[in-house]
Design a protein. Structure first.
Length: 694
């Protein structure tokens, strides 16, 4: 049997192993295909993205964008800082790398210098005298009066502003704050756009002075609004100041406002101050732009272009710049104005936010639509460690850097088509795995069944040979007796009548026993071959039982048994096989006899129980253990004690009884307790037709 099991299991295991290894090879092949595919699509994606960016760059650097910025066009200085397409900060340099655009406004306040022909005027004489009195003689009252006359003596606003400033200064020195307040108020309101002799615009200067004067008059709160306005105008670039002057006033105004607004103050003012601070200052950005150009871009550009003049390289390129910890990318190109026979250098600083958040998604979306290649752009240091599942970088995604554009980003490339392929492969693998598992399972199950059948077959074979041994023994005993007494009767003529009749009796009894046994064997073989048929006739079961019992009573009583007969009167007529029922009773009685060595009471009952009639045989013999109760009805089965005692049973009796009971549509039940006896009940149904006849 083991050999058989191995014969089935070994091939199964081999098949399992083979398919498993085929499996993993297939998976590996898939992985390789997918990977190489991914490389190819990655290259394609990188190429098309970068060419889209190149196109974008080329558009911005096209000469048309710069013609209006060049000095050739009129009013270029009023056109403000150029911003091509409103997104990128563009610049234009001339052949000597001077900045043409954005226009320089720094330290260049209109009319901040003395105008032509001022020196010989009466104003100038008065103004110089006033300054002398103020600075040298410290006679502030006289100087203040003189400044006033001075202001009235000229129609030129800028000069009036100079004189008014002098008067204000002197009044402050005299602690005449109310008068000074009025003077600076006039400067703030009417001369804001003019600058003083060192280029500080009165719009800023007067606002700060007014605040300081107002402190003396204890009404500074009312003067915060002009300060906020001044700050806003400063940040918006109302005065084209140098970054030093810009920084000075921005700091001055902010420190006043911060300290005044720190603890409460007017919520309205606070709100407007915060609103101003939140937006980046356009003028500051412009200043920084110029600073980046002057400090970081132009020196490198000069070097590069000087170098490329000698090689034949195209005079364009890209330049990474880090300014104030901010990464920037500059693209530049050489433009030639053929008409004017001049050379310019045009360029722009990439708006990285715009590229990252708008332009690249646009490009990658288009790419995904046309090719199915999924490209995501992530920051250089990003490891994709995030809770957001849509942003997790898949393990087998391809990560590429930009080749031509030194952006601080990477591409992450996945292929939806490949994802599909992968899930198809996975499905395939699962399907094969399940199939394999089912096959193995079935094989194992088959092996199990076969093994069980084999062991059962072996057991039956063993039982059969035991049966043959038993039955020959059983047959031999009566035959020996019959032969012995037959010979005695033949040879001994002098026997007494009594002995003679005893011998006849024994011969008759033993032949009956023999025929009973042979009947059992025949019945059994008919049952086994499925040919046992019942000759069912309607009749009186009680009478049939009584008759059988009568014929067997002698036998029982001779062995010392007392038969208690309890047959109910008035049982309905039933359909049954007379011979078979007799065989049932005789088998039960012979078992009762065989297994009751001491107490020799036997009960035979026939009674109605609901829709059935029950034939019961009870003894007070050795009983049957619980574990064997199920098995005694199996063919050839004999309990262990019985088999050991070698009482010579065939193990067929109960099998035949069960078969007969079932043949009548009934069943057999047994109740037994070791040492106390057994009770077998054959339960036969009373069919309704019989009920009707009754
Ligand atoms: P056999 O013809 O050998 O008696 P049976 O099929 O009639 O075979 O009985 C099977 C086994 O059931 C017997 O070996 C016996 O051990 C047990 N058995 C049957 N009837 C009784 C009984 N009345 N008391 C005790 N054991 C019994």
């Amino acid at each position: 049997m083991f050999i058989f099991l191995i014969g089935i299991l070994a091939p199964s295991l081999i098949v399992g192993f083979l398919s498993w290894s085929a499996f993993s090879k297939r998976r590996e092949a898939f992985r390789q295909v997918i990977e190489s595919q991914l490389w190819i699509s990655g290259e394609t994606a990188a190429e098309s993205i970068e060419s889209a960016l190149q196109e974008y760059e080329g558009k911005i650097l096209s000469p048309e964008n710069f013609t209006e910025l060049s000095p050739l066009s009129q009013d270029s200085r009023e056109s403000g800082p150029p911003s091509v397409q409103g997104r990128e900060r563009a610049f234009l340099l001339d052949a000597e790398f001077r900045i043409i655009s954005p226009p320089a406004g720094v330290d260049d306040i209109p009319l901040a210098r003395w105008g032509e022909g001022v020196y010989d005027t009466p104003f100038m004489a008065l103004f110089q005298r006033a300054e002398y009195l103020e600075f040298t003689r410290k006679r502030f009252q006289q100087a203040a009066d003189l400044y006033e006359r001075c202001a009235l003596s000229t129609p030129i606003a800028q000069l009036q502003a100079f004189a008014l400033e002098g008067r204000g200064r002197c009044l402050v020195a005299l602690a005449e704050y109310e008068g000074a307040f009025q003077v600076y108020q006039a400067l703030l309101n009417d001369y804001a756009r003019f600058g003083n002799q060192v280029g500080h615009p009165y719009g800023l200067l007067a606002a700060v002075r007014l605040y300081n004067i107002a402190r003396h008059l204890q009404l500074q709160q009312s003067l915060l609004r002009p300060l906020i306005d001044a700050l806003e105008r400063l940040r918006n670039g109302e005065w084209p100041l140098s970054s030093a002057t810009f920084g000075f006033y921005a700091e001055e105004l902010e420190s006043i406002l911060e300290s005044e607004l720190a603890d409460g103050g007017d919520p309205d003012l606070q709100r407007s101050y915060r609103a101003i601070k939140q937006n980046p200052s356009p003028y500051l950005q412009e200043l920084q732009f110029r600073q980046v150009l002057e400090e970081n871009v132009i020196p490198v550009l000069k070097e590069r272009i000087a170098f490329s003049r000698y090689s034949n390289e195209p005079q364009k390129g890209r330049l990474p710049v880090t300014f104030d910890d901010t990464y920037m990318l500059v693209s530049y190109s050489r433009l030639a104005d053929v008409q004017a026979d001049r050379i310019y250098y045009a360029g722009f600083i990439w708006n990285l936010d715009y590229i990252r958040n708008r332009k690249l998604p646009e490009i990658t979306d288009a790419l995904a639509r046309t090719t199915g290649i999924q490209v995501r752009v992530i920051d250089e240091g990003d490891r994709g460690e995030t809770r957001d599942r849509s942003r997790v970088i898949p393990k087998d995604a391809l990560s590429l850097t930009f080749r031509q554009f030194p952006f601080p980003w990477r591409f992450i490339i996945t292929q939806t088509a490949l994802e599909d392929l992968k899930s198809a492969a996975l499905r395939d693998n699962i399907f094969h795995g399940v199939l394999l598992a089912i096959t193995l399972g079935l094989m194992g199950l088959g092996a199990l069944f076969v093994a069980r059948d084999i062991s059962r077959e072996a057991e039956i074979t063993r039982q059969k040979s035991e049966f043959v041994h038993n039955i020959s023994h059983e047959l031999k005993t009566p035959l020996t007796l019959i032969r012995l007494f037959g010979e005695t009767l033949r040879d001994k003529t002098t026997l007494s009548d009594e002995t003679r009749s005893e011998a006849y009796g024994i011969i008759t009894r033993e032949s009956e026993r023999l025929s009973h046994m042979i009947n059992n064997v025949l019945d059994f073989s008919r049952i086994e071959m499925g040919r046992k048929e019942f000759n069912l006739r309607t009749g009186d079961l009680a009478e049939a039982i009584r008759e059988t019992l009568e014929s067997y009573r002698y036998h029982l009583e001779k062995k010392g048994f007392v038969v208690h007969e309890e047959i109910e009167a008035g049982l309905p007529p039933m359909e049954f096989d007379r011979e078979a029922m007799a065989s049932v009773l005789i088998n039960l009685l012979s078992n009762a006899m065989k297994f009751s060595p001491e107490n020799k009471d036997v009960f035979v009952r026939l009674a109605r129980r609901e829709d059935s009639v029950v034939l019961q045989v009870e003894d007070r013999g050795i009983g049957i253990s619980r574990s064997e109760l199920d098995k005694i009805f199996e063919r050839f089965y004999r309990t262990e004690s019985d088999a050991a005692s070698d009482s010579g049973g065939s193990g067929l009796g109960l099998t035949i009884i069960k078969h007969i009971a079932e043949g009548h549509g009934g069943k057999v039940e047994v109740r037994s307790e070791p040492g106390r006896g057994s009770e077998f009940s054959v339960i036969l149904p009373v069919t309704s037709s019989e009920e009707g006849k009754k």
